[in-house]
Design a protein. Structure first.
Length: 396
């Protein structure tokens, strides 16, 4: 049985980035940038006022200054400020020729057509051309994720379309005769399908787009027919349930019949030991064990990496050390364990608290989950107050 680290290496090796597409800024948030971006011009592009006040030459020691112009932001100031002169100016406006300092309006007195400094300091209150970035500076590197800050920078550079990773196209089948749509009344033996909602939510969070999602009975031929019909319409196929070795667990057989190469089918992991990963050309597939906790854990520790590989971005294995706040029902084991947990702030300090986890079939154990405690195989019981290894589920 391979370790999770080995499994992750196999996922990384067998998935390549999807071809980049050009996206308008409005559609690029959350995508991975697939080009370098340089400053086409200086930022800011001209010397400008950083305060509302009066523009003068900084070496002009006059006692009062005649107001010869008013410059609003956006105006192309054509005046030239001479000795003993100033221009009324507002934050963001272009500093006129001859001026090199803005006296804050709070530091002056107005006497008719004159401005009289009450207080003078060395601070110029001028944002100089190129102070933020110089023309030709490399500002954004290929591979970084685009958020509000990066998109605002692109807009200020005049870059309105960027090469980004396309959303990963996902097809998902939840398998099981017992599964019913959440809105349905249940007959004895039936349960509501919660994994489809879990998967749809995480797929969106990981940068995917669901192109097909359906529940399918434990019927090999039916599942084969449905997955065959997908052809090349997906990048990633996710099958929920049927990863194990029960009589009706035919995930692995299905992928083999579809021409996928199986890279692994069990990992030394708790929960989530039966996890199948396979690839076919540029496409990849997972069969994910059906229990809700196993689902959530494997989607985060393994499937998420597939999304990152497809997007060509950095991988985010967000392990941190955080203080354990409370004892929990720890049982040492021979498998590396990821225990559902919550990071929270207690008395101004970030701490981790294990959530109740009796069975991987429990759904209430997922309430408030935002982290997983990483417990190495054969680890001694972690003590309250000790730093513990925690995988953050929301990437900072
Ligand atoms: P399996 O991986 O198919 O052996 O399923 C393991 C357990 O997870 C069984 O108790 C299933 O009923 C349950 N399960 C499987 N699929 C789902 C689902 N989509 N939603 C909720 N529970 C599920
Ligand atoms: Mg099943």
């Amino acid at each position: 049985m391979i370790s999770l680290a080995q499994a992750r290496a196999l996922i990384a090796e067998n998935i390549s980035p999807l071809s980049a597409v050009a996206a308008p800024l409005g559609g690029a948030c959350g995508g991975v940038l697939r080009q370098d971006v340089w400053a086409k011009d200086d930022l800011p592009g001209f010397d400008r006022a950083a305060m509302d006040g009066y523009a003068i030459a900084s070496d002009d020691a006059s006692e009062k200054f005649r107001m010869v112009a008013e410059i609003q932001p956006g105006a192309a100031a054509k005046c030239k400020i001479g000795h003993g002169e100033c221009a009324r100016i507002f934050t963001g406006a272009l500093i006129p020729a001859g001026a090199s300092q803005v006296l804050m309006q709070e530091d002056v007195r107005i006497e008719g057509e004159f401005m009289v400094p009450v207080e003078r300091s060395r601070v110029t209150h001028v944002r100089h051309r190129g102070e933020d970035a110089r023309k030709g500076d490399l500002l954004l590197k290929s591979g970084m994720r685009l958020g509000a800050g990066e998109l605002a920078l692109l807009a200020s550079l005049g870059v309105t379309r960027v090469k980004t990773s396309p959303p990963v196209r996902v097809a998902h089948f939840a398998t099981g005769n017992e599964l019913m749509a959440p809105e349905k009344k249940l007959a004895p033996g039936q349960i509501r399908d919660s994994n489809s909602t879990l998967v749809a939510t995480l797929v969106r969070q990981f940068g995917g787009e669901m192109v097909k999602q359906a529940r399918v009975a434990d019927d090999f031929d039916l599942l084969l027919e449905k997955t065959r019909a997908l052809k090349r319409s997906f990048d990633l196929l996710l099958i929920s349930g049927g990863a194990s070795v029960g009589d009706y667990d035919f995930g692995k057989k299905l992928l083999a019949a579809l021409g996928f190469k199986i890279h692994f089918s069990t990992i030394n992991l708790r929960p989530g030991k039966p996890l199948v990963f396979a690839s076919r050309g540029k496409q990849a597939a997972f069969v994910v064990p059906g229990n809700p906790v196993s689902h959530l854990v494997t989607l985060h520790v393994a499937v998420r990496l597939a999304f990152e590989q497809f997007s060509g971005g950095k991988t985010s294995w967000t392990l941190v050390k955080i203080r354990l706040a409370e004892p929990f029902d720890f049982q040492p084991g021979t498998r590396e364990t990821f225990w559902p947990a919550r990071m929270e702030i207690q008395n101004g300090e970030l701490v981790a608290r294990a959530l109740r986890w009796q069975s991987s079939g429990d759904v209430t154990g997922l309430i408030g989950i935002n982290a997983l405690l990483q417990l190495a195989a054969n680890l001694a019981e972690p003590r309250v107050g000790e730093d513990i290894s925690v995988l953050m589920l929301e990437v900072p």
